[in-house]
Design a protein around this ligand. Sequence first.
Ligand code: CAA
Ligand code: NAP
Length: 247
Amino acid sequence: MAQRVALVTGAMGGIGTAICISLAKAGYKVVAAYHPEFDKPAEWEKEMAAAGVKGTAAVAGDVSDFASCQKMVADAEAAAGPIDVLINNAGITRDRMFAKMEKDQWDAVISTNLSSLFNMTKQVSAKMAERGWGRIINISSINGVKGQAGQTNYSAAKAGVIGFSKALAAELAAKNVTVNAIAPGYVATKMVMAIKQEILQGIIDSVPMKRLGKPEEIGAACVYLASEDAGFITGATLNINGGLHYQ
Ligand code: CAA
Ligand code: NAP
């Protein structure tokens, strides 16, 4: 079988890096999509090499911008061939209690965390359906499942990611293209490290496993959902949260 191609957005962030390493080690040709303002792609490639991964292609683009995604996916296809696996992972937080939340904080999170799924998936889903095989994996969050004070924008977007995944799963199931969401709990990346220390400690204390998730635990789940073995799983949301919340 030809080597499958996986395109990962937010690839140079904490969870994205782990997803790229896990997929590359599982035999995928990985294309790392990164934000154009990220100024250290060469350092990231060194990090990948140190992890034993070489030959990853990289493409730059803004997932909140449709035209940028069109170009980014065209660049990815030119570098690696048709996209078999899309992992919509890029995301941001702009946490604030709703009473104080500004319109630009709402808009930034909705466009980066939710509209990005339209912008990216639109570039690949019809082609996957035509080829009769595809995997679309969308990174949601525990806070899209349960809601989180201080995150009306983020919880709305991440709940939207789950709704999007279920609806598109129904549309593409007959074409052998699966669409699933992963809802991580609190994982040790810069996104979580930005939470005030005393609040973060309270969160960790409330996790039954008393620890943050590891990025590679999300990478491993992506490898499974992308695999042939997961071919009958679609429209699902996989919770990975150390027991913090059950659906
Ligand atoms: N539930 C209900 N009310 C709360 C609350 C909670 N969990 N936390 C605070 N409040 C209340 C406070 O009691 C306070 O009320 P009063 O004004 O009546 O006194 C009010 O909300 C304001 O609270 P703060 O003083 O904390 O407000 P702040 O402006 O300093 O901070 C915040 C607001 C930035 C949202 C901060 O509370 C925070 O960082 N909370 C954590 C949010 C969170 O979990 N973010 C996850 C980020 S990581 C991520 O998103 C990854 C992922 O997917 C898991
Ligand atoms: P992270 O380290 O901050 O990574 C996020 C990545 O997304 C960064 O590389 C960032 O690039 C990129 N990005 C942001 N806006 C973008 C845009 N407009 N266009 C292209 N790329 C953009 O955070 P993370 O923890 O790895 O988060 C990855 C995903 O997991 C996010 O969707 C997040 O919501 C989700 N998640 C995280 C946790 C957690 O606890 N960490 C839990 C549940 C879900 P720049 O940094 O260069 O801007």
